[in-house]
Design a protein around this ligand. Structure first.
Ligand code: PMP
Length: 395
């Protein structure tokens, strides 16, 4: 079947929740994907920060094949070998002590909200439950996480929303200070906002949030679902700020393409969950955690975070040159290979033009182009993408 036929079939049978482009991606290798018409694309979306190793990394594929032949699923009634291995790797490479596995970013944040509330009830008193999140943030599509999300467009139509969330402008410490109230138990933020337009947290702000949380005995939760796992140029984005959060959530890139989420916490915080308090049938199952072990191993062995840093600098340099030529480009920002280009006009036309010319990119809001290539992208692939982008900008 070709793109058009898949599009028609999809429209007929699949619920219409995504604004999809009229093509079906059927194969991927490294930073390249192919559609059902056989057309090749350079992929600077990478599954929205999922394919940090590129598509179908041979070591991930092998690990999934081996695990599928050994044990696909059992249950969290028993210990699961690759789950323990992945938890150990995450703990050894972060400031956290314990890991809970689930299946997505939204579910990881849902778990973080529950853990923060449990901890607060135990250690702060029964009247502490409110979580302050940032305006323009994005934390997921479950009822609690869409409420945590600081963009009203995600709330509309789903009311009544769960209580216990309030919103503070990102990168504004004075406003956050004022927003801390008698019921506050935690602050939740993305160190680099993704969906909200690729906005990095400022150094003073993130450090200030840590200090403010310490002074007020609040938990500091970072959502690294999009910016974590090498994407920002460090393994975890919080490392840029020389701070240690109390809780962190991961998903997307952790499984190298397999669906997995994780909630990490400091020992004392993790202890608020006792047997029976939280669960997920498929959470940390052998297949996805085997994929996770292979993914994290490659990421560490090949130092893809450092590659993201270097390739990101090169990429931004090239974009700065374009900014001089095209005055409708307002700002270029980001960290590592999480890069946003804010324009004075809507960017849908540019994205469609790039698509037609064989480059996949995405937006973050109507006026921001977002680039999330695999972390092992080469300079020559960046050059190739820049050529296509420039021809789209010139249109
Ligand atoms: N948090 C952040 C920062 C995200 O970018 C996303 C997804 N875009 C999520 C949470 C939700 O993740 P998922 O779609 O896996 O539930």
């Amino acid at each position: 079947m070709n793109n058009q036929e898949w599009t028609q079939e999809g429209q007929k049978y699949v619920m219409n929740t995504y604004g999809r482009l009229p093509l079906a991606i059927v194969r991927g290798k490294g930073a390249v994907v192919w559609d059902a018409d056989g057309k090749e694309y350079l992929d600077f979306v990478a599954g929205i920060a999922v394919n940090n190793l590129g598509h179908c990394h041979p070591k991930v594929v092998q690990a999934v094949k081996d695990q599928a032949e050994t044990l696909l699923h059992c249950s969290n009634l028993y210990w699961i070998e690759p789950q323990i291995k992945l938890a150990k790797m995450l703990v050894n490479n972060s400031c956290f002590d314990k890991v809970f596995f689930c299946n997505s970013g939204g579910e990881a944040n849902e778990g973080a909200i529950k853990l923060a509330r449990k901890y607060a009830k135990k250690h702060m008193g029964t009247d502490k439950y409110e979580i302050i999140t940032m305006k323009q943030s994005f934390h997921g599509r479950t009822l609690a996480t869409l409420t945590a999300t600081g963009q009203e467009k995600y709330h509309q139509g789903y009311e009544p929303l769960p209580a216990g969330f309030s919103y503070s402008p990102f990168n504004d410490l004075e406003a956050l200070k004022k927003n801390i109230g008698p019921h506050t138990c935690a602050v939740l933020l993305e160190p680099v906002q993704g969906e909200g337009g690729v906005v990095p947290g400022q150094d003073d702000f993130i450090k200030g949030v840590r200090k403010l949380c310490d002074e007020n005995k609040l938990l500091f939760i970072v959502d690294e679902v999009q910016c974590g796992l090498g994407r920002s140029g460090k393994l975890f984005a919080y490392e840029h700020y020389d701070i240690e959060p109390d809780i962190m959530t991961l998903a997307k890139a952790l499984g190298g393409g397999a669906p997995i989420g994780a909630l990490l916490a400091k020992e004392e915080v993790a202890g608020a969950f006792q047997p029976g308090d939280h669960a997920a049938t498929f959470g940390g199952n052998p297949l996805v955690t085997a994929a996770g072990v292979a993914t994290l191993t490659v990421m560490l062995e090949e130092d893809l975070a450092q590659n993201a840093h270097m390739a990101g600098e090169y990429f931004i340099c090239k974009l700065e040159a374009l900014k001089k030529k095209y005055p409708f480009i307002k700002e270029i920002r980001g960290k590592g290979l999480m890069i946003g280009v804010e324009c004075e006009k809507e960017v849908a036309g540019i994205i469609n033009d790039c698509l037609a010319k064989g480059l996949l990119i995405l937006s973050a809001g109507p006026k921001v182009l977002r680039f999330l290539p695999p972390l092992n992208i080469t300079f020559s692939q960046i050059d190739q993408a820049m050529e296509i982008l420039e021809s789209a900008l010139a249109n």
